[in-house]
Design a binder for this molecule. Sequence first.
Ligand code: SF4
Length: 225
Amino acid sequence: MNSDTDSKREKALAAIELLEKIYPSALCALTYDGEPWKLLVMARLSAQCTDKRVNTVCETLFHEYPTPNALADADISRVMDIVRPCGLYRVKAADIISCAKRLVTVYGGVLPDSMEELLTFDGVGRKVANLLLGDIYKKPAVVVDTHCIRITKRLGLIDENVKQPEKIEKYLSLLLPPEKQSDFCHRIVMLGREYCPARGYDCAVCPLNKVCANANKTEKGCAKQ
Ligand code: SF4
């Protein structure tokens, strides 16, 4: 480990400490009743859609299809109608039915607990797989979403010119203690929504400004945009 990585690791630990104080509960913004297959479905629907909308849509979806078997046998036109508010509804409806079928026929209804297996489900990429591994199986998992990319760059943990989510995931997994990774990502989403959105943020009032590279660029932190 070189000294640059060491200092970023220290910064990450300081950020984690602050985040844990601000947000004692690291909650996933997708609300479900603890059944793993439901988080799989919701995570697939959340692509390019707000978590709030997914939560609303899934109240109807899970009411009509309360089990993976029911969703596996669903009429796709009805599922498209239900998930239409999430956008990309044709492919999302096809994917979640396919996922339910695979879960039932290949895995007996039990969500697998490895990245390799999760990636075999339609519409599941590393972001969704990591969310599932971290939330369901409490495994080390870095969920690289838009908040994570934006804020870890602003904090100075990730170089600005690194674009590929998989590279960001790999580097963050070196910086963050394994047992803290999943919760760090949830808390970063919470911070992004409250203090550090893409535009219009004010470092002067952000609880992370003492450890953030972006805030320290000027005496007063970054100006509100
Ligand atoms: S100090 Fe500014 S850039 Fe850094 S996390 Fe807070 S709001 Fe974002």
